[in-house]
Design a protein around this ligand. Structure first.
Ligand code: SF4
Length: 305
């Protein structure tokens, strides 16, 4: 199936957040509509594939709309949205992106995300979370470094497991090794980096995985599709091929208590640097060590990072 690439101009680019994202940021921003990675591993369970406002009936991974005026639209709307956000949500915080990847392959040539980052250098939000599945985020390290002193910036890199493949599913857009390497390079540039293990897939060697993450990221966030995909009991994800592939590797990984076991292992290696679910995406990390969680007790208290 070919990728259909189209161009569009948009009236606005800052969407006031709702639902689960409301606890994370005041706004989301999508430089593209659709995602070139939709037919890669992350696209199988991607929550956006179920959103008819985004797909407009097209198969997920079959289309990419380039929002050519994304930077101009940001500049046109940011003052109004900043006023609204500070009055209603406490601060003007932007999540880029929740329904596409800001570093799809076309970004290298078209620079839409780059233009948005440069616009933000001129007129920064109070906080920005850049969320990606691609090592190509390092192509924009200069722009991110220019923006970092102007707002609270975090780069989230999704690495769902230490496995590159699950049986019967396509390969990832970017290997585990390349994404962890990208995290380290951004951190070396002085940026705050969070690895998001979301949705959590079966991990072959948790201690080794979190040791590698501890070396290249400031924090890790762990989220399970049960409770994390915006539907009761992970019903949305259960309609996809992802759970069967997870079960083929480790049936226990389908249960929410698998997440708690993994959180305990992560806390043992990265104390006070672990977040869970939407709290973690919002930057609220668990305090303390794994002692309680490791033995089935309540998860430790939270602390803002
Ligand atoms: S990169 Fe993100 S938006 Fe794109 S398919 Fe993967 S999970 Fe979905």
């Amino acid at each position: 199936m070919a990728l259909e690439v189209t161009s569009a101009t948009v009236r606005s680019i800052l969407t006031r957040s709702s639902g689960y994202l409301k606890t994370v940021c005041s706004h989301s921003l999508q430089p593209y509509r659709g995602c070139s990675f939709g037919r890669c591993l992350c696209g199988v369970g991607c929550y956006v594939r179920h959103n008819p406002f985004v797909t407009r009936g097209a198969a997920w991974g079959s289309f990419l709309e380039v929002r050519e005026n994304a930077a101009e639209a940001y500049l046109a709307g940011c003052d109004r949205e900043r006023r609204w956000a500070r009055a209603r949500r406490g601060e003007f915080s932007v999540f880029m992106s929740s329904a596409t990847d800001p570093f799809v392959p076309h970004e290298k040539r078209l620079g839409i995300t780059r233009s948005v980052l440069m616009a933000m250098v001129d007129r920064p939000p109070d906080a920005l979370i850049v969320q990606t599945h691609s090592h190509a985020v390092v192509d924009r390290v200069a722009e991110l470094a220019a923006l970092a002193p102007r707002c609270r910036l975090r780069v989230h890199i999704s690495v769902e497991s230490d496995r590159d493949r699950l049986p019967g599913l396509p390969p990832p857009a970017s290997s585990v090794a390349r994404r962890l390497d990208a995290a380290g390079r951004l951190r070396d540039a002085g940026l705050r980096v969070v690895v998001t293990v979301a949705p959590l897939l079966p991990i072959a060697d948790p201690d080794d995985f979190f040791t590698r993450i501890a070396e290249c990221a400031d924090a890790v966030v762990i989220d399970h599709f049960v409770g994390g995909d915006g539907s009761p009991d992970g019903a949305r994800t259960r309609r996809t091929a992802l759970p069967a592939a997870m079960a083929a590797v480790d049936p226990a990984s389908l249960r929410l208590d698998y997440r708690d076991e993994i959180v305990a292992r992560a806390l043992a290696i990265m104390p006070a640097r672990v977040g869970v679910g939407m709290d973690g995406f919002a930057g609220r990390l668990l305090a303390g060590t794994s002692a309680g969680a490791a033995h089935g007790g309540p998860l430790p208290r939270r602390a803002d990072c």
